[in-house]
Design a protein around this ligand. Structure first.
Ligand code: FAD
Length: 183
């Protein structure tokens, strides 16, 4: 049975894994393996809702593990770090928990067909200061970082006893949080 490995469970990879799983995996005509560095999928256009706190990743995200069971593919958690095209293998980094304790070791996965669906990320085109002073919105980790920064800014303003309403001054201002000034 041939093994089809899809790296990246974003908008494209997840759709493909579900489709191939339902068409081939279910009938045992092929083994479909989806690899992603995150355990949960969130559709990128919803990241601004994670950033503003109106969407909770742990509730509203799609668990790859649960989704894979329903759609007849296998899921492997891990970041792809290398490709051995001659041996038809990809390499995944070890997965550690938040305390640095290893959850999964480094692994290699063999494939007959490999599909790369790792998407893209924002480009600052080397503009000085952008990387240091901006929030990017390419992943749920970045969206959650924005939300923490936003809440901290509100707390800072509140602690200073400002009573009047305030407005956004800039998205690219005082590092590392948004600059919220009194209107
Ligand atoms: C804030 C925002 C708003 C957007 N709004 C819209 C919109 O309104 N309408 C629209 O049509 N499009 C929108 N887009 C664009 C759309 O989200 C992308 O075009 C789409 O997500 C691309 O799909 P993809 O599968 O190619 O990659 P992605 O969805 O980016 O998925 C890539 C996946 O690969 C995984 N990955 C990456 N590297 C590795 C690795 N080394 N190992 C393992 N896994 C890896 C990532 O974790 C991710 O799950 C928006 C994008 C953003 C960032």
């Amino acid at each position: 049975m041939q093994t089809i490995v899809i790296v990246g469970g974003g908008a494209g990879g997840l759709e493909l894994a579900a489709s191939l799983g339902s068409r081939l995996g279910k009938k045992k005509q092929a083994k479909i393996i989806l690899v992603d560095r995150n355990p949960n999928h969130i559709w990128k256009p919803l990241l601004h809702e994670v950033a503003t706190g109106s969407l909770d990743m742990s509730i509203d995200g799609v668990s790859y593990r649960a989704h894979s069971g329903q759609h007849h593919y296998q899921f492997q958690l891990g970041t792809m770090t290398g490709l051995d095209a001659a041996d038809k293998q990809i390499h995944l980094a070890a997965v550690d928990d938040e305390y640095g304790v290893q959850v999964l070791p480094e692994r290699s996965i063999s494939y007959d067909t490999l599909i790369m669906a790792v998407g893209s990320v924002s480009n600052d085109f080397g503009t000085p200061g952008v990387a240091e002073h901006s929030y990017f919105l390419d992943s749920h980790q970045q969206a959650e970082r924005f939300q923490r920064g936003l809440l901290n800014s509100f707390m800072r303003v509140n602690q200073q006893g400002r009573k009047r309403s305030f407005g956004w001054q800039s998205w690219v201002a005082e590092p590392p949080v948004l600059s919220l000034l009194q209107s």
